[in-house]
Design a protein around this ligand. Structure first.
Ligand code: ATP
Ligand code: MG
Length: 563
């Protein structure tokens, strides 16, 4: 972002705080962090947090740390670490030398826990998790003290050491902060700080069998790294007093501040890693990078550009109130990006053969086509043309209404960049199925206009049958049929999966220039939408193209109709 457009756009509340903190001298540099748990792939919601944290660092010539919050050994894996790093880089951000893991701090965190015990501010509790829940009370009733609450410092130290050494049974005890069992904030009613879990960790192996809880780990990790502004989503608002209590009680050398912003919600999708994992594990999708998933890797494979995702995150802003963003807004971000730069090509998705009966059998010619009619700088290419071509089968209607300006017997249409043709005859097989159309062309109309000035309204796309490349095209629709699939109390979100979210078309014919396409290239197939090659399943023998997005928002149109 340049200084100019920063001043055009009002600063969000977090950036306002940062400006104030720099002005007042509270901070000389700003350090942020993005703290994913490596228990799944990143989704578009994480992109919002990435753009915010790395964006702020960039604007302030400082750094954003990438910290893997790896404190739940059972659910985490190095595979996810690799995928997350790749996704952050792909979005265009870099953490430099500042790659960290919460597990790097296990020794330090243990020492801080011992310190809390020595201060009389933490104790080992033997209540089962169920009993703990009973003792905790409710929003309207205060909790009850645990019978273990008044253990001596010595006893607590000894028990905590035994926990660490694995001498006690998993689940038999936990370390809790000693705060206030009648606090109106339930999170302050002696929260658990450490659990005993005898599971190997993907980085520390079997070295530890106690693992810190998020609330204990996060504030201390922020502090150790000298984070100035610890940005998280609104559901952590109630955790902030605990964040501050731990740092204040331990009297740490610095005290990062936590600020909460509204998480990103998008309709027609689910956005929690747990639910995305279910879709993957139960084979409702092809994997984490299925082009229908709003994971970063899914969006990448679908053909979204990093710029489109960053623009999207920028446009939705950072606020303090939860809201729903329309899926159409995300789709518009890629349309806007590709509209200005994607070269136009011709591709027929559902081919219908057309024989131009008055075109010589062996003749071939090349016609010049613009790569981007609104941007001549993108140049031109040559389209081969011959006696047999394919057109879209929806561009023909046998009993066409008057306003159907496409093919029907006796009607004339323009072949994009080629000639005017007139449909003469419909050829069917013995079962009455349409086989091909016989048309004639007007040799005087090369390039698409008639010397006598006659008006031809319809223009359709086509591909030479002799030269076209056969390919598979995958069309995607929203993965769910309802706006809020995970908000129905009675039904599982998977009951709302859209059975038609993937449509595979196997006989598509594309113009031959696409043989040279690379996986990163994106195209507008005229009249059909934006497409790119699939990074996984395309082969030289059989290219596979994904439709990134349609040209217009067909859902908006449909919703209008329904109203
Ligand atoms: P999920 O609920 O999908 O599992 P999470 O919050 O558990 O997400 P983390 O890996 O802990 O996932 O999140 C890393 C960071 O991304 C956190 O700071 C979190 O607040 C942020 N984040 C996660 N989901 C969203 C979202 N929908 N919008 C904005 N930020 C998000
Ligand atoms: Mg989480």
């Amino acid at each position: 972002m340049t200084a100019e457009n920063i001043s055009e756009k009002p600063l969000d509340f977090i950036r306002q705080i940062i400006v104030k903190d720099l002005k007042s001298g509270k901070h000389k540099t700003i350090i942020t962090r993005f703290p994913p748990e490596p228990n799944g792939f990143l989704h578009i919601g994480h992109a919002k947090s990435i753009c915010l944290n790395f964006g702020i660092a960039e604007e302030n010539n400082s750094v954003c740390h990438l910290r893997f919050d790896d404190t739940n050994p059972g659910k985490e894996s190095p595979e996810y670490v690799v995928a997350i790093k790749q996704d952050v880089h792909w979005l265009g951000f870099d953490w430099g030398d500042h790659l960290y893991y919460s597990s790097d701090y296990f020794d330090k965190l243990y020492d801080y826990a011992v310190q809390l015990i020595k201060l009389g501010k933490a104790y080992v509790c033997n209540l089962s998790s169920e009993e703990m829940r009973e003792y905790r009370g409710t929003l309207t009733e205060p909790g009850k003290d645990s019978p273990c609450r008044n253990r001596s410092v010595e006893e607590n130290l000894q028990l905590f050491e035994q926990m660490k050494n694995g001498e006690l049974e998993e689940g038999s005890c936990a370390l809790r902060a000693k705060i206030d069992m009648s606090s109106p904030n339930i999170l302050m009613r002696d929260p658990v700080l450490y659990r005993l879990i005898k599971t190997s960790h993907h980085r520390t192996g079997d070295r530890w069998c106690i693992y810190p809880m998020y609330d204990f780990c996060h504030c201390l990790s922020d502090m150790v790294e000298g984070i100035t502004h610890s940005l998280c989503t609104l559901e952590f608002e109630n955790n902030r007093p605990l964040y501050d209590w731990i740092l204040d009680t331990l009297n740490t050398p610095c005290h990062p501040r936590q600020y909460e912003f509204a998480r990103l919600n998008i309709n027609y999708t689910v956005m929690s890693k747990r639910k995305l994992l279910q879709l993957v594990d139960e084979n409702h999708v092809l994997g984490w990078d299925d082009p229908r998933m709003l994971t970063i890797s899914g969006l990448r494979r679908r053909g979204y550009t990093p710029a489109s995702i960053r623009n999207f995150c920028d446009s939705i802003g950072v606020g303090k109130r939860d809201s729903w963003i329309n899926m159409g807004v995300l789709e518009n971000s890629i349309r806007d990006d590709l509209n200005v730069r994607a070269p136009r090509v011709l591709g027929v998705l559902k081919p219908l053969k057309v024989v131009i009966t008055n075109y010589p059998e062996n003749k071939e010619e090349e016609l010049e086509a613009q790569n981007h009619p609104q941007n001549p700088k993108l140049g031109t290419r040559m389209l081969p043309f011959c006696r047999e071509i394919y057109v879209e089968d929806t561009d023909f209607l046998e009993n066409a209404p008057k306003k159907f300006f496409r093919l029907s017997v006796g009607r004339e249409v323009r072949l994009r960049y080629a000639y005017l043709i007139t449909c003469r005859e419909v050829i069917k097989d013995e079962n009455g199925e349409l086989v091909e159309l016989h048309c004639t062309y007007d040799p005087e109309t090369r390039g698409g206009s008639a010397p006598d000035g006659r008006k031809v309204k319809g223009t359709i796309h086509w591909v030479s049958a002799r030269h076209g490349i056969r390919s598979q095209v995958r069309l995607y629709d929203r993965l769910f049929t309802v706006e809020h699939p995970d908000m129905d109390k009675e039904k599982d979100f998977k009951e709302f999966l859209n059975p038609d979210s993937l449509q595979i078309l196997d006989n598509c014919i594309l113009e031959p220039s696409l043989t040279a396409a690379a996986v990163e290239d994106r195209f507008q197939f005229e009249r059909q939408g934006y497409f790119c090659q699939d990074s996984k399943e395309t082969t030289p023998e059989k290219p596979v193209f994904n439709r990134i997005v349609t040209l217009r928002d067909s859902w908006a149109k449909m919703n209008k109709k329904n109203k």
